[in-house]
Design a protein around this ligand. Sequence first.
Ligand SMILES: O=C(O)CCC(=O)C(=O)O
Ligand SMILES: [Fe+2]
Length: 334
Amino acid sequence: EKSNWKERAVEVLQTNASFLLVNHGLGNSSSGLWSKALSASRQLFALPEESKAEVAAGPPTADAPVVRGYFGVGAESGTRASRFECKEGISLAAGERSVRLAPNRLPKDLPPEQLSPLETMPAQLRLLALRLADGIADVAQQRKILIPEDAAFLAGGGDGLEAFRVFHYLPTADRCAGRAPSTAELLWSSDHTDWGSLTIIAQDSSDGGIEIFQDGEYHRVRSQEGALIVNGGDYLELVSHGVLPSPLHRVRESTPTSGRSSLVYFHYPVGSSPLRPSDVKKAQERRSVAPKPKGLVFNTLTDGLETLDEVITYKKHLQRKWMGVRATGPKTEL
Ligand SMILES: O=C(O)CCC(=O)C(=O)O
Ligand SMILES: [Fe+2]
């Protein structure tokens, strides 16, 4: 059954938008690289706030839109008055090209060898994503889900845009109730879709926390020892015309008393992949009628392209979106 993993991946993405991956060689949350990366992340997050602040992520710029570095509790909440994300995290490069584009910012207070799993884990996840994307592109092209051009852009991804983000979600009542505006809902991660081609999640052994919206409700993805969670992203949805969906998901507190850590790798198509006005328009139409929780507004890949009248590259669009999400100062045109 090894040889037909590609077919199975495409089929399960088609029906569930998400699957669990085993036999990947990266260990599990208590052994191998996966567990080493989790313990490195625990050491990092246990550092005093001042040490973490020294490697704080700045706002993205046109030259370095791919942010690196630490963000503190609540920093990614968007409208903090209504939603407060009780998590801290660090964004890291994945793969050599991505390191060259923007070097990592890791705290100096820990020996580099102790933190090195946070650099080897994403490098391995990138290789895994490349194999997955290649296999999925292959089958999707054969089945005419993707045109050959887009299959090639999907398969050739991981050329520098990719990112690795390590999250530490905290017990909301103990750790965030005092910090958040009293009007805010305390949560771990707001409802969203991922903008890339594939996302791979390695979580700790806690009771999970990621929930996927399907058939009108959110379903918790139970953690299964050693299984990586693979989700489709908006790019896959766009170029497959909705055949390979991008799941709406969120992270919610599992047990009120315990936290959660996750290692999340975001894979993207080739930076020069074309986003065509006709595909974008159709994706926007599908998203506008897709089932979602009542009243929910969220930012998806094609938001911001409402007036697109000529092809834009994936990279250029992504750069603009990142500037919009994290910009703290005046917005700069790219
Ligand atoms: O922590 C997780 O399991 C997923 C986080 C997530 O969905 C994201 O950051 O895009
Ligand atoms: Fe996500």
